[in-house]
Design a protein around this ligand. Structure first.
Ligand SMILES: Cc1cc2nc3c(=O)[nH]c(=O)nc-3n(C[C@H](O)[C@H](O)[C@H](O)COP(=O)(O)O)c2cc1C
Length: 170
């Protein structure tokens, strides 16, 4: 698919069907993630691929219990997506390293769209950073999670601010 079409058609998908994503496709998506630019070429990202319904249900439950403001739709995605990828980072220079990981995650969701794989970039997972560091025995910082899978509910385009609203020419 043309890159411009991939960018136009990417959506955040919150409903997944039971079709299983194969390992080769997940590796393909991660291989695009690691092509991203990174500050000082530090490539600070580390991906934990979870394709295990028990583990996903456990994480969904942790997330559900993490706050009095439950993020139930996101919990459902954590539980029901075919794969959940936790994105950790070695942080040296906070802002630049987080920017670098963001670039990698954008590559992931775009490559997923290119392959007709649905995705959701999940920030709410940060509510359980400490629990997940413990669960996966790491001191790396959690940046986000990405859910991947197949869907029968492809959402319509969400509104965007206009270019005039978000830019100025000097
Ligand atoms: C950093 C970041 C964190 C996000 N966290 C969540 C989340 O935890 N749960 C969720 O349902 N959507 C999450 N989203 C998806 C946004 O809600 C979505 O990108 C936005 O509404 C625009 O919709 P679109 O991606 O379909 O264009 C996140 C997106 C980004 C970039």
């Amino acid at each position: 698919m043309e890159l411009s079409k991939v960018m136009e058609e990417r959506r955040s998908v919150r409903h997944y069907n039971e079709k299983i994503l194969d390992k080769k496709t997940i590796e393909d998506i991660l291989n695009y993630a690691i092509l991203a630019p990174s500050a000082h070429n530090r490539q600070p990202w580390h991906f934990v691929v979870i394709q295990n319904k028990n583990e996903q249900a456990k994480i969904a439950q942790m997330l559900l219990e993490s706050s009095s403001d439950p993020v139930t739709v996101t919990c459902d995605v954590v539980r029901d997506s075919s794969a959940l990828i936790l994105v950790f980072a070695d942080i040296v220079d906070t802002i630049m390293d987080v920017e670098s990981v963001g670039a990698a995650v954008e590559n992931m969701v775009l490559r997923a769209r290119d392959l007709d794989v649905a995705s959701l970039w999940i920030g709410y997972i940060l509510r359980i950073e400490k629990e997940l560091q413990k669960e996966f025995s790491t001191n790396k910082r959690l940046i986000c999670a990405v859910a991947l899978g197949y869907t029968d509910h492809f959402p319509s385009k969400r509104p965007r601010k206009t270019l005039e609203e978000v830019s100025e020419w000097v």
